[in-house]
Design a protein around this ligand. Structure first.
Ligand SMILES: N[C@@H](CCC(=O)N[C@@H](CS)C(=O)NCC(=O)O)C(=O)O
Length: 243
């Protein structure tokens, strides 16, 4: 049994980046499932691992931490994964860090906003999102994807260079969120579309599909009843996205 335990729910995009990274690098870990829709993050046991009550979280012996990008950096350094994931060279590493810093206030919130408005409105309110609510979110997300393609990717193979890095992983898992609820993310973005194919190939299609199997079935979840206590909490979250 490994000393390393990852606390994950693969519906969550940052969980998928950590899961894919660990699997792709053959890092042995125990998988502890924290089912967000069942309130698993609120358990006493999980609170001891991550007092912020967010997944992913990591326990390595007595050491615990949250925050996916910091976890990826920790795993890359601890397990000395191939250099391209998180290069030792100062400036190459800075390129990866640059994207990781930018995405927190761009790709992540903008993709999540589209996912919640388009995907969660039917589940929580029983009707499709109105164009008044959805269109501004789509516009914002589309502008972010244009920046991703034209400013970060440019003519390179991957976001931070010619080989895959943790920047690409962190980006793709976020982008798959709107994609899972039917947004044509790559429409009119041929370079970004080709980049996605390269990322899937570098990770391996089997691992990519396995990690995304739950989120790609999220629309089926919309036919299931929402537990009442969860519904109120999720509705409050949805409201934040539609303000
Ligand atoms: N910045 C954090 C974000 C973690 C996060 O927001 N996780 C969400 C799932 S995607 C969560 O655990 N939400 C539970 C909750 O808010 O109750 C990271 O990158 O790990």
């Amino acid at each position: 049994m490994s000393d390393l335990t990852l606390f994950l729910d693969l519906l969550s995009q940052p969980c998928r980046s950590v899961y894919i990274f660990a699997k792709a690098n053959n890092i042995p870990f125990n998988y502890y499932e924290v089912l967000l829709f069942k309130g698993g993050q609120m358990s006493d046991d999980f609170g001891k691992v991550n007092p912020l009550r967010k997944v992913p979280a990591l326990k390595d012996g007595d050491f615990t931490m949250g925050e996916s990008t910091a976890m990826l950096q920790y795993l890359a350094q601890k397990y000395k994964t191939p250099d391209h994931w998180y290069p030792a060279d100062l400036q190459k590493r800075a390129r990866v860090d640059e994207y990781l810093a930018w995405q927190h206030t761009n790709t992540r919130p903008h993709a999540a906003r589209v996912f919640w408005i388009k995907g969660m409105t039917p589940y929580l309110l029983g009707h499709e999102a109105t164009p008044e609510k959805l269109n501004p979110a789509l516009c914002e997300f589309n502008a972010t994807m244009t920046t991703l393609q034209d400013t970060f990717l440019q003519n390179k193979q991957f976001l931070a260079g010619e080989e895959i890095s943790i920047a690409d992983l962190v980006a793709i898992v976020e982008i798959m969120q709107p994609s899972a609820v039917g947004v044509d993310v790559f429409e009119d973005k041929p370079k970004l579309s080709a980049w996605k194919e390269r990322v899937v190939e570098a990770i391996g299609a089997d691992l990519f599909n396995e990690a995304h199997a739950t989120i790609l079935k999220v629309k089926e979840m919309q036919n299931q009843p929402v537990p009442p206590e969860l519904k109120e909490r999720l509705k409050a979250r949805l409201e934040l996205f539609t303000r």
